[in-house]
Design a protein around this ligand. Structure first.
Ligand code: URA
Length: 216
């Protein structure tokens, strides 16, 4: 999927505008507050009606955490609890993610958590192409602002979207992947998958140890 194929020209212009500003890191350090930039992206989304998920969602789930985070977690899409609260990863899978974050000696407030899609697909079905096309440019803007060192891609869907590949998560794990020249991607299993397959916890712990090493 191409980043520039989004229907909404306004989104693309905002993304390019941000990239221009961010090319000069002095500007962002001196004059631009990353939190304010994230607020602007949230404002642009507004009461988003760009895809059919707007008809069934309760709340749009923008993302949460530290705008200056060095580590970002990206999941698939909000579930029922997240849709109700407007906050990412707060249901059962989210509680497991919180424990994973604590296991690497961080708190949810010290990382940034978001999803590929900002609205819940009905019955948690898989995201559809047009939904990704409308929504993903906004996550790209968030990443452009936050500039994390590492993006931990949670599950097949996030990893395949961020890395623009169809390779299964089991083969992406443990590899050396980059979102761009400065941002590493560490793919790992989704916490919801871990709840169903606790034998995979060891693999996730290995991935988190890589995250810790890269952050050190
Ligand atoms: N699963 C996800 O991928 N994201 C959430 O926010 C919650 C559950």
């Amino acid at each position: 999927m191409s980043v520039v194929s989004g229907k909404d020209l306004e989104q693309l212009q905002a993304h390019l505008e941000l990239q221009k500003k961010l090319k000069n890191p002095g500007i962002i350090k001196r004059k631009i507050d990353k939190g304010e930039l994230l607020d602007k992206i949230r404002e642009t989304l507004g009461d988003c009606q760009r895809c059919p998920l707007s008809k069934t969602r309760t709340n749009l789930v923008f993302g949460a955490g530290d705008p200056n985070a060095r580590l970002m977690f990206v999941g698939e899409a909000p579930g029922r609890d997240e849709d109700r609260a407007g906050i990412p990863f707060i249901g059962r899978a989210g509680q497991l993610l919180t424990k994973i974050i604590q296991a690497i000696n961080l708190t949810r407030d010290q990382v940034y958590i978001a999803n590929i899609l900002k609205c819940r697909p009905p019955n948690n079905r898989n995201p559809e192409a047009e939904e990704i096309e409308s929504c993903y440019p906004f996550l790209l803007q968030q990443i452009t602002v936050i500039q994390p060192r590492i993006i931990c891609a949670l599950g097949t869907f996030a990893a395949q979207t961020l890395l623009e590949t169809k390779t299964p998560i089991g083969r992406l794990r443990g590899g050396s992947h980059y979102f761009d020249e400065n941002i590493r991607v560490i793919p790992t299993y989704h916490p919801a998958f871990l709840l169903r397959n606790p034998n995979k916890k060891r693999d996730v712990w290995e991935d988190m140890q890589r995250v810790m090493k890269l952050l050190a």
